[in-house]
Design a protein around this ligand. Structure first.
Ligand SMILES: Nc1nc2c(ncn2[C@@H]2O[C@H](COP(=O)(O)OP(=O)(O)O)[C@@H](O)[C@H]2O)c(=O)[nH]1
Ligand SMILES: *[C@@H]1O[C@H](CO)[C@@H](O)[C@H](O)[C@H]1NC(C)=O
Ligand SMILES: *[C@@H]1O[C@H](CO)[C@@H](O)[C@H](O)[C@H]1NC(C)=O
Ligand SMILES: [Mg+2]
Length: 390
């Protein structure tokens, strides 16, 4: 048909409708519209009231948590889901906790990390948070952190024995070594508190009273970022797939901080050479049972007996990584390639489309430490093809 004809027809139509569109008809349309608006308002306000009532019946948990190892918070069960959370999800069912070792002075970084982990993951799962500190947490720290958590919270002070220099360490030698390392500008070389932290994370966190009831932990540090939503339960993933240790970033350790760690390890059991690769332990999702195993415990106790955590500055990352490399089956180590993660100064971003769309990622694919020359991921990828990891 000639398109001109169409226009002509439409013209005729409009002339016809103009004739019939009387004042009376327009009044009827107006009345019908008003009825629609009124109906919509009634339905909408009923729904709004229903939602509000739902919230009032299940108010958000606001109780003040106590110092120490009180577990009453846990028995209360997690606070109820928000409207949004209830629509999207279900509650986490694993014996797992998000754990943060942190100082009171790091409150701001802690809040920023909690917010990130809650928004991207935990608001749909309500896993409990466990906060550990060598000093009592301040009221402010407790108030503001518990305000952000969607699950139960616990605050525990680390026993002195787990944060002190063992008797067999000669502190004269230790001080001299710390001075030497500080002069050489070795990272954290002159810090005693950093040494306590590394030793604690290597051999004590998993046996803390507040951690006993859990099988899994997710380590969260102040000031981290998650770039993508995590829409599944990584703890369940770990359990179902018989995984023991999960990481996101892997890199080389500074040789000067662990001069004799590998010699000591070889002394503990005969093995080849250490390539300095370690999983960056500021993010870990892993099995607590593994660390509590005899193999790992004996390994840690041997390392601790050498005093190397103090004479040198052994990090918990190489200790965990070597432990996992020695005592966990190769296929029980998992790289969370779908996680977007940053702990300054390093960050990684998922490389596949699927993670970006389903995870609402906010990161640039080419800002990715995995492909940095300092990353151990290329070695990791080789492991999956059958070559050794450490
Ligand atoms: N309570 C407490 N936490 C500490 C101390 N030193 C480090 N941490 C925590 O241990 C983790 C690692 O320390 P951080 O300063 O982030 O070291 P980096 O990530 O290696 O630069 C973080 O969660 C810190 O909050 C300390 O003296 N006391
Ligand atoms: C999650 O837990 C809350 C509080 O215990 C409960 O009210 C809610 O029904 C649970 N949601 C699901 C989907 O199990
Ligand atoms: C510690 O080491 C120094 C220097 O080697 C030595 O003089 C001192 O006797 C040692 N102290 C102890 C308690 O062994
Ligand atoms: Mg850190």
């Amino acid at each position: 048909m000639d398109p001109k004809l169409l226009w002509q027809r439409a013209d005729t139509g409009s002339r016809i409708s103009a004739r019939f569109f009387t004042r009376r008809l327009s009044l009827r349309v107006l009345a019908l519209l008003s009825i629609c608006v009124v109906l919509y308002n009634v339905v909408y306000s009923t729904e709004l009231r229903r939602r509000l009532e739902m919230n009032v019946q299940a108010p958000r948990h606001t109780g003040q948590p106590q110092h120490g190892t009180d577990t009453a918070e846990l028995e209360d069960g997690p606070p109820s889901a928000t409207c949004f959370g209830a629509e999207l999800g279900h509650n986490g069912t694993e014996k797992a906790t998000l754990v943060m070792l942190v100082r009171n002075s790091e409150l701001h970084g802690a809040l920023s990390s909690i917010r990130m982990v809650e928004d991207r993951f935990n608001r749909r799962f309500h896993y409990p948070w466990t906060f550990l500190n060598d000093k009592p947490f301040t009221d402010d720290f407790i108030k503001y952190t518990s305000g952000l958590a969607s699950g139960p919270v616990e605050y525990a002070v680390i026993p002195e024995d787990d944060w002190s220099i063992p008797d067999h360490v000669n502190t004269t030698i230790m001080r001299a070594e710390m001075l030497r390392m500080a002069k050489q500008e070795i990272i954290y070389g002159g810090s005693l508190s950093y040494r306590h932290m590394c030793r604690f994370n290597s051999g004590f966190f998993y046996n803390q009273e507040v951690m006993r009831k859990y099988d899994w932990y997710w380590r969260v540090e102040p000031g981290i970022e998650l770039y993508c939503d995590i829409n599944y339960d990584p703890f369940t993933f770990m359990r179902e797939n018989k995984k023991i240790y999960g990481f996101v970033i892997s890199m080389y350790e500074f040789r000067d901080t662990i001069t004799t760690l590998w010699d000591r390890t070889r002394q503990f059991l005969n093995h080849g050479d250490y390539n300095l690769c370690h999983f960056w332990s500021n993010f870990e999702i892993a099995s607590l049972e593994f660390y509590r195993s005899e193999a790992y415990s004996r390994y840690f106790e041997f390392l601790d007996s050498t005093g190397g955590f103090f004479y040198e500055r052994w990090g918990d990352a190489p200790v965990h990584s070597i432990g996992v490399g020695l005592f966990a089956p190769k296929d029980s180590i998992h790289h969370f390639a779908d996680f977007g993660y940053s702990h300054p100064p390093c960050a990684r971003c998922p490389q596949d489309d699927e993670s970006h769309t389903s995870g609402r990622c906010v990161c640039s694919r080419n800002k990715n430490f995995d492909s940095d020359s300092y990353s151990c991921l290329p070695r990791w990828w080789k492991v999956n093809r059958g070559t050794g990891w450490i």
